[in-house]
Design a protein around this ligand. Structure first.
Ligand code: CP
Length: 328
């Protein structure tokens, strides 16, 4: 895949070779992200960071990643603070903002809206989450995290036994991650969710059509002996009402006792965050916080590396990183 000048809208764009390239460049970003080296390869470039739906990690890590490469960040947060609220179209917004920017990152609550926006943009657009559809940069940082966590146990991305758990219907991160891992070999995916919140058939088919084993269940017991558990939040914002979301909260809470009872010693726990820590949800109990295999904060940190790599690749500067280093 050619990265330079192209949008990043869906994980379906990637093959194994392009993913390897992204993960390789992400690894090269570590010294800059850890402030051991400084790099100004994007000196003077401008990112427009448009977040029309709430975000903490994705928005701030996009901005941090761009700053760490030497660029400037301009932000719009919330539809109510943009002229979308006055009836302006996504196309017109894109035509205007792309005239001010070298690259645009965008999150929007409507499925496929980022792709619609990209049609009006003259610069690369990166999807930071479009409704319940996809979250491609999250899936890439998840894959980077799985690769680095599994390396501690001499395992790679092939042959993985992974559990996806929670709100699999609305969770865009598990949709994107399922599509990405379908590219690897001999994967087993166990999908644990209430029947009404199970994974869309189209995503399940991506895995089964590629020859992988998929188990669909609403039971935790006997299904957590795996390499990676990827827990998710009940996505209340995608339900008709809070009352409807409440019906499903707390069904698949994971805590230290359940981990010790059902998981392998090496089972790594991931979650895209935010985790809902309220007592009625408590999807990842704080008693897991000192578990070495709880990877959630390393996972969030990896978002900076992967987003730095995506900016460098989209803007075609990845081979020039070391030439633009400056003393710390
Ligand atoms: N993982 C994730 O998308 O987090 P935010 O909603 O905080 O960006």
């Amino acid at each position: 895949m050619k990265f330079e000048g192209n949008h990043i809208l869906s994980v379906s764009q990637f093959d194994r070779e392009s993913i390897s390239r992204i993960l390789e460049i992400s690894t090269l970003m570590a010294p800059y992200a850890m402030r051991k080296k400084r790099c100004h390869v994007l000196d003077g470039a401008i990112l427009s960071n448009l977040f029309f739906e709430p975000s903490t990690r994705t928005r701030v890590s996009f901005g941090t990643a761009f700053n760490l490469l030497g660029g400037f960040v301009r932000e719009t947060v919330g539809q109510e603070n943009s002229s979308l609220s006055k009836g302006e179209s996504l196309f017109d917004t894109a035509r205007v903002i792309s005239g001010y920017s070298d690259v645009i990152a965008m999150r929007h609550p409507t499925m496929h809206s980022v792709a619609d926006f990209a049609k009006g943009s003259s610069v690369p657009v990166i999807n930071g989450g479009d409704g319940a559809n996809e979250h491609p940069t999250q899936a890439l940082l998840d894959l980077f995290t799985i690769q680095s966590e599994m390396a501690r146990y001499d395992m790679g991305l092939d042959g993985l036994n992974i559990v996806l758990m929670g709100d699999l219907k609305h969770g865009r991160t598990v949709h994107s991650l399922s599509k990405l891992i379908s590219l690897y070999n001999n994967i087993k995916v166990t999908m644990i969710a209430p029947t009404a919140l199970q994974m869309p058939d189209s995503v399940v088919s991506t895995l089964t059509d590629a020859g992988h084993e998929v188990v669909i269940t609403d039971k935790i017991e006997g299904n957590l002996a795996c390499d990676v558990i990827y827990q998710t939040r009940i996505q209340q914002e995608r339900f008709a009402s809070k009352d409807e979301a409440d019906l499903y909260r707390g069904h698949f809470s994971l805590n230290r006792k359940i981990y010790q009872q059902y998981c392998h010693e090496h089972t790594v726990i991931m979650h895209p965050l935010p985790r809902d820590s309220r007592a009625e949800a408590n999807e990842l109990d704080i008693d897991l916080n000192d578990l070495d295999n709880l990877a959630i904060f390393r996972q969030a940190q990896n978002g900076v590396l992967v987003r730095m790599a995506l900016f460098a690749l989209s803007l075609g500067v990845e081979s020039r990183l070391s030439h633009y280093e400056k003393p710390v």
